[in-house]
Design a protein around this ligand. Structure first.
Ligand code: GLU
Length: 543
């Protein structure tokens, strides 16, 4: 029975890599009938925010990743925000200090910098020079009173540490090549390393699943577990996810795209852009000239203002692009893992039931968006009608679509008419004509040319006829509309396309739309006729 935990540092939205970790935490725990804990690692006072913690929880919930213990629901090992557990960490830090396995340091930033430089000049890794004799508590207090920053460092043992990793096999580290790292910062907060090791023990964690970037931290964690007499959990470090551009999928990629767009923009009002992003002009300048990166909400707001599409990285980006959580879960679970089942489209339950920890891959895995689109298409088909409607309504609200106010009956029809759609955004896009005022329909000039004006205005003439015939229609239904259009095509001895396409352009502004009979039925005869009149007026010769 595995007890797992997802332990995000709530610094921003949940991204694709974090979601994969969270998902395998859940899958592993549930496959073994175990328990899945959510723990907020919010010990970095400068970077963590309660809004980000909320967002991470919302994103997990949207994905259907439910925790058994953690924030909101509580549990016997709480509190689950590390910032509320400081007294616990203090006790453990004290234990190491007393046992001589940790020591106080009070170097200034300049002193540390000098030591680092000396090491790099000699082309060596920086190893903190452990003092022969450790400073006492009184020494530390004196240094603090003199204005120095006091931290506590852990004594790395001089021995080989072997990480038995489920994904990578045995990975060996030499303790003496790892610097004595900080376990308590000068603000009194523990570092991630200390808090993580203590909590994994106190929360009874048996399996630690996390991204490969943490593998380097693991020997230090194992050394601390030994120093405390804790058990070492099973480790699984999941492979790196790379984007199609070749880089690591990270929020830096979004910032990079935005930065390029801002730089390209001519005569940009930076003060306005800053106000939209909720940041200062100085921060924009810093962003443009260096490595500084605004927060995700600021980046999103500025991108929306400049109408720049940013690459999807965060779970919320995929939500707003119209992906279903079911599809995303299915897709994410196959990043760096191959399920022992003979099919790719799977539900979360199937992933849980078939889980096999020997099937993780070591090599980097590619985020293939086309594959995600294919998965999404399948999951849209698979989802039951009510669930799909509710997902669609959430999506419409999130993207502020004018369709968000439509009633369920109409939305159900829209969804049905869009069968085969790859994303919810596609459904919204194709049905926008239903939620646009007649005089606000935007006409695609190429389609107007091709479908209405070509061959001496053949399409326009067809619209004239259609207008009359539609007005005479007694009963309005998909069927009666279909009958009418087919009859006209027959009488005129043309294919149905010659009748349907002009109509499509007239009511939607483009030839890309839903099936025509359903479209007219949903839009209603009056709006259809008024759009036809509008187009005839606008594009007839001499007008
Ligand atoms: N707080 C760490 C992170 O967000 C968690 C690492 C771990 O799972 O140990 O990367």
């Amino acid at each position: 029975m595995a007890v797992t935990r997802f332990a995000p540092s709530p610094t921003g939205y949940l991204h694709i890599g974090g979601a994969r970790t969270a998902l395998f935490d859940l899958i592993w725990a549930k496959n073994t009938g175990g328990k899945y804990i959510l723990r907020m690692e919010d010990t970095d006072q400068s970077r963590n925010s309660p809004t980000a913690a909320r967002q991470v929880m919302d994103d997990l919930s949207w994905l259907g990743i439910k925790w058994d213990e953690g924030p909101i629901i509580g549990g016997p090992a709480g509190p689950y925000f590390q910032s509320e557990r400081l007294d616990i960490y203090d006790k453990y830090i004290q234990r190491l200090l007393t046992a001589g396995k940790a020591y106080y340091c009070f170097d200034t930033a300049e002193e540390l910098e000098r030591m680092r430089k000396e090491a790099s000049d000699k082309k060596q890794n920086f190893l903190y020079p452990r003092p022969e004799e450790f400073p006492t508590k009184a020494d530390a207090e004196k240094a603090k009173a003199a204005g120095r920053d006091v931290v506590v460092r852990f004594c790395m043992p001089d021995e080989e540490i072997i990480v038995e990793d489920v994904v990578r096999g045995q990975v060996r580290f030499r303790g003496k090549e790892i610097s004595d790292f900080i376990i308590q910062k000068s603000d009194g907060f523990p570092t991630y390393h200390l808090a993580c090791v203590v909590d994994d023990e106190l929360m009874g964690i048996t399996h630690v699943i996390r991204g490969q970037e943490h593998l380097m931290n693991t020997p230090g964690h194992i050394a601390m577990q030994k120093a405390f007499g804790f058990k070492t959990p099973v480790y699984a470090h999941l492979s790196v996810i790379v984007s199609q551009g070749g880089g690591k999928m990270s929020k830096r990629e979004r910032a990079k795209v935005l930065k390029a767009a801002i730089k390209k923009e001519q005569g940009l009002d930076k003060a306005k852009l800053a106000a939209i992003g909720g940041i200062s002009v100085a921060e924009i300048e810093e962003f443009l000239s260096g490595d500084a990166m605004p927060d995700t909400p600021a980046i999103d707001a500025m991108a929306a203002y400049l109408k720049v599409e940013l690459p999807e990285i965060n779970i919320i980006d995929f939500f707003k692009s119209g992906f279903l959580p079911e599809a995303l879960v299915n897709f994410i679970a196959l990043l760096g893992y191959s399920a022992p089942i003979d099919k790719e489209i799977m539900t979360l339950q199937e992933l849980i039931d078939s889980f096999d920890p020997t099937r993780f891959n070591k090599t980097n895995c590619l985020f293939d968006r086309k594959k995600l689109l294919a998965f999404n298409t399948e999951h849209i088909k698979m989802l039951d009608e009510d669930k799909l409607l509710s997902r669609y309504k959430d999506f419409l609200a999130a993207v502020n679509s004018p369709a968000a106010v439509a009633d369920d009956t109409l939305l159900r029809k829209v969804i049905k008419a869009c069968s085969g759609a790859r994303t919810l955004a596609e459904i919204d896009h194709k049905s926008r004509f239903l939620f646009t005022a007649d005089d606000k329909v935007e006409y695609d000039q190429k389609d107007i040319e091709k479908v209405l004006l070509k061959n001496d205005g053949e399409g326009l003439a067809m619209l004239g006829l259609l207008k009359e015939k539609l007005a005479e229609l007694k009963e309005i239904s998909e069927q009666s509309i279909e009958n009418l259009l087919r009859r006209i095509a027959e009488q005129k001895q043309v294919g149905l396309g010659k009748v349907a396409q002009p109509l499509r352009v007239a009511i939607c502004g483009t030839t890309i739309s839903l099936p025509i009979f359903e479209s007219i039925e949903m839009l209603g005869i009056n709006a259809t006729i008024s759009r036809i009149e509008q187009v005839i007026k606008k594009y007839s010769k001499g007008s």
